[in-house]
Ligand binder design. Sequence first.
Ligand SMILES: Nc1ncnc2c1ncn2[C@@H]1O[C@H](COP(=O)(O)OP(=O)(O)OP(=O)(O)O)[C@@H](O)[C@H]1O
Length: 227
Amino acid sequence: MIEIQNVSKTFTLHNQGGTAIEVLSGVTLSVAPGECVALTGVSGAGKSTLMRMIYGNYLAETGRIIVGDLNLVQAEPRDIIALRRNVLGYVSQFLRVVPRVPTLDVVAEPLRNIGASEEAAQTRARELLTLLNIPERLWSLSPTTFSGGEQQRVNIARGFAHPYPALLLDEPTASLDAANREVVLSLIEQAKARGAAIIGIFHDEAARARVCDREVDVTQFTPGLAA
Ligand SMILES: Nc1ncnc2c1ncn2[C@@H]1O[C@H](COP(=O)(O)OP(=O)(O)OP(=O)(O)O)[C@@H](O)[C@H]1O
């Protein structure tokens, strides 16, 4: 489902004399449907950079990143947008939303975008917000003023609204209390059970051990850090 072959990334610092920093080289890994792979490695190894390349935010210089049937290294922006709508979800720690949009709509939006009925989208959004313990009195408000933990839970609800075949998770359990952490871990388990291919960064070791089938140490692909 996710196939990464010989991917590399160099950042050029234009405001610092054009200095080039080779962050990743020769990244090769694949994730099957129903499998969850954890990216590990020291701080600065390139875990977030790799996730951003898979999501199409950063462009890889070499190799192939295939998600579904799209190669993100050569894809047109409109194909990347379609991939994100239908196939590839991303749950980060931080919520980015348009101001003034009510929480219920923020969570229902991914389903509306794929053509689900208003009723189905709202029902799923209500179900997820309830599961993640967001009080109903907050559903009609924009999440921009919510606490950090509430925003993270809204973000998770949004990320799990549509059953994406592939998912990227960036610290999905960071700063959650035990009960909500448990909800998120079971959402991940359910996603695996329905066949989602998942790549995640988990500093929470117990969470990683529970939901991940394999770990890939990104340091092996980091020039200068590799043993
Ligand atoms: N936009 C950018 N421009 C220049 N350098 C960058 C950029 N993004 C990341 N880097 C560099 O790439 C390297 C890898 O960073 P990255 O954030 O991917 O690491 P990480 O493994 O996710 O680290 P952490 O666990 O601390 O989050 C770092 O040295 C960082 O400075």
